[in-house]
Design a protein around this ligand. Sequence first.
Ligand code: TXA
Ligand code: MG
Length: 363
Amino acid sequence: MIKTKIWHVDRQSNTNSTNQEQNKKLYSELIEGAEMLRSGGLVAFPTETVYGLGADARNSEAVAGIFEAKGRPSDNPLIVHIADINQLGELVLPYPQLAKELMNRFWPGPLTIVLPVQPDKLSPLVTAGLSTVGIRMPDHSVSLELLRLSECPVAAPSANRSGRPSPTLAQHVLDDLDGRIDGIVDGGPTGVGLESTVVELEDERTLRILRPGGITEEALIEAFPDVCIVKEHVNDEMVEKPRSPGMKYTHYAPKGELSIVQGDSLNVIVYINKQLEIAKSENKLTGVLAFSEHVSEYKADRVIDCGSEKRLDEAAQRLYAALREFDEAGVQFMWAEACKTEGIGGALMNRLVKAAGHQIIYV
Ligand code: TXA
Ligand code: MG
């Protein structure tokens, strides 16, 4: 057991503030965490997507610690986080101009770009033996400042135990990793609530989305109308040797049985209530994940409101916390209302479908 240190970073500094006083305070609070990272420690920190568990990406012993703390399979590579575009030069080999344009348009932001890795610069554990590395620059003043102060490229997967939902609060990190890591920077709730979009470049004109996330497909199409965008994740279950190794793992499966119900709202409500009746007659503990417009319709033991169906960004922010809540309540059967796959809804349904083990009921 290690004593896990917690730094509470002023919530107000959590925006991209230019206020010097605030930045100075943030700076002094992050120095200790940055020093821990530089000396081989494991430090969790907030990003605009989810909390990450960081280690110096050049230090194999530190990176091995990430896999151990999380219980993560070693063939699943880690994303390297940078604060400054100038760090790229020493990490990757020459890359297509399209990658440069993606960085200009979306960094800092929730876009991970898979690039050819420079040999011998990063721990081989980071890339899990691949010739590429996923790199991103988070859009969050706390992570950017921590990365800057640490003066190293930081490998950081989501800061959850393997098989649990990604953490959107410092408390989630503590629940999963207390005593297993050196520190947690608590910067309040994360923004997007789902992980970054991971893309790979096939050539100058073809972009492959390996994992949908914070940067939506629509945003990519709008920014690069002439580029062909391929969606690897659509065929998730059919990909035998996925390009993104993480895709072959069921990221998260709740302890109870989760089903997604898709169809006309009224049919969805009728169907779920019927199932609730059956489960209750068998004395099972039940849960429903519903949009605000319908929460009052359900008579489950736990009904979690994920916000208005017109605000899928809010549902994205709440999803992982809701899944954790069902687990903690010991819910045995859960139903979730499906959502539209437009905008962030694409990533939202992707995560939900995975959590449900692809169990979708069409009504
Ligand atoms: O938003 C995020 O991306 C968060 C925060 C902390 O930055 N990080 C995150 O990391 O979600 P992780 O390890 O949970 O997911 C990384 C994903 C995995 O699916 C992995 O397989 C894929 O990125 N990946 C990493 N390096 C890759 C590479 N070289 N080629 C293909 N896929 C890669
Ligand atoms: Mg993860």
